[in-house]
Design a binder for this molecule. Structure first.
Ligand SMILES: Nc1ncnc2c1ncn2[C@@H]1O[C@H](COP(=O)(O)OP(=O)(O)OP(=O)(O)O)[C@@H](O)[C@H]1O
Ligand SMILES: [Mg+2]
Length: 348
């Protein structure tokens, strides 16, 4: 339950008409209850806190400033304001808990800092393509109502290494001054430059300055890096992150859940999900969702609301053939680096 101080703060902020303080305290209470495992209570507190905030916002008519990178920054960062939520993700219970914890820690920064603690803000998400890494960055931002600033790595890595380091500095200045989720998507592009033949010394310096900026950063933003190739990230990189989250290919329940969600509005009562899941094994969540959309489109064209097992299987098969073509074009499929055998069973 809430502490006496929290209750007094809540009533006081209400009496003083301090809607922002009231909202912050209510959200902190929700986060604390969440941590104690009182999920329903936490959700109710959040819902009411947010419901109470809406009219206050309209009254003040003070829109959230939309920050759009300008000038040199425009080529380095792209901004968006996602409405994605953690509940939109189909991930293991463990990953979901970790993401919710990060959100709660950020919400309770003040309380943590009072005790000399800092919220964890540097995350590395690793795993095969199409498993929800980029989407998770959006979900963190959506929960916190932060913008996502995606770092455009191709704009960052130039042939002039000195320039790259300077650009990196500009990005980290923004991390410090403009609160948001900063997404370094497919960070392996940066790490891979290390061993490259063209001026490996300079490339090494860039990676080192990235790591140093990561080390030095104490700002209010969350930094999310993603990779498909965890094997090329060495310990020096890994230890700079507060949390490393492994994303997995879906199987069993996760496949069924992803497909059912995409097939809402269709009659799937006759689908044999265990057969479908077996056939979808090895495909990513993105693939499984795309296969559901394929089956749904075909049902619409056939003017039918009913989807049978065979139709889903055919869509999955089409998806798999596409993936195989992709694999042959790439030479080596990144997903192959994530051994299926070492995959822990996913709990949902
Ligand atoms: N775990 C998931 N839960 C729900 N939807 C997902 C999930 N994974 C993927 N998707 C769907 O697939 C799309 C692509 O996923 P996302 O971009 O997050 O994958 P990724 O892991 O970042 O892949 P990559 O390594 O190729 O960048 C998402 O926009 C979403 O529609
Ligand atoms: Mg991605």
């Amino acid at each position: 339950m809430a502490s006496a101080q929290q209750l007094i703060g809540l009533v006081k902020s209400h009496a003083e008409g301090d809607a922002t303080r009231f909202y912050d305290l209510a959200i902190q209470l929700a986060a604390a209850e969440d941590q104690k495992g009182h999920k329903r209570l936490a959700e109710q507190l959040r819902t009411w806190a947010e419901a109470g905030q809406a009219p206050a916002k309209t009254l003040k008519a003070k829109p959230t400033p939309i920050v759009a990178p300008r000038g040199d920054m425009a080529g380095l960062l792209s901004a968006n304001y996602p409405s994605t939520r953690i509940s939109d993700l189909i991930i293991s219970v463990h990953l979901e808990d970790e993401l919710r914890h990060i959100v709660d820690e950020t919400r309770m920064t003040e309380a943590l800092e009072e005790k000399g603690l800092r919220p964890r803000r540097r995350l590395l998400l690793s795993g095969p393509p199409g498993t929800g890494k980029t989407m998770s960055a959006s979900a963190l931002a959506g929960e916190l109502k932060f913008p996502v600033f995606t770092v455009l790595l191709h704009g960052l890595i130039t042939k002039y290494m000195g320039e790259t380091a300077q650009k990196l500095r500009m990005i980290f200045d923004a991390v410090r001054t403009t609160r948001g989720v900063y997404l370094f998507d497919e960070i392996d592009a940066l790490a891979a430059t290390r061993g490259s033949e063209n001026d490996a010394g300079e490339a090494r310096r860039i990676l080192n300055s990235f790591l140093q900026f990561l080390d030095e950063d104490t700002g209010p933003s969350i930094i999310v890096a993603t990779t498909n190739l965890p094997a090329i990230l060495d310990r020096a990189i890994l230890r700079r992150f507060d949390l490393v989250l492994p994303y997995e290919l879906p199987h069993g329940d996760a496949i069924e859940k992803a497909m059912r969600r995409r097939l809402i509005g269709f009659d799937v009562s006759a689908v044999d999900w265990s057969q479908v899941s077996a056939l979808a094994d090895g495909l990513s969540t993105a693939d499984v969702i795309a296969a559901s959309e394929d089956a749904a489109r075909r049902a619409v064209l056939a003017q039918s609301e009913k989807i049978e097992t065979a139709a889903i299987e055919a869509s999955l098969q089409r998806r798999r053939s596409l993936q195989d073509i992709g694999g042959n074009l790439d030479g080596e499929r990144p997903a192959a680096l994530h051994s299926k055998r070492s995959r822990p069973k996913q709990k949902l």
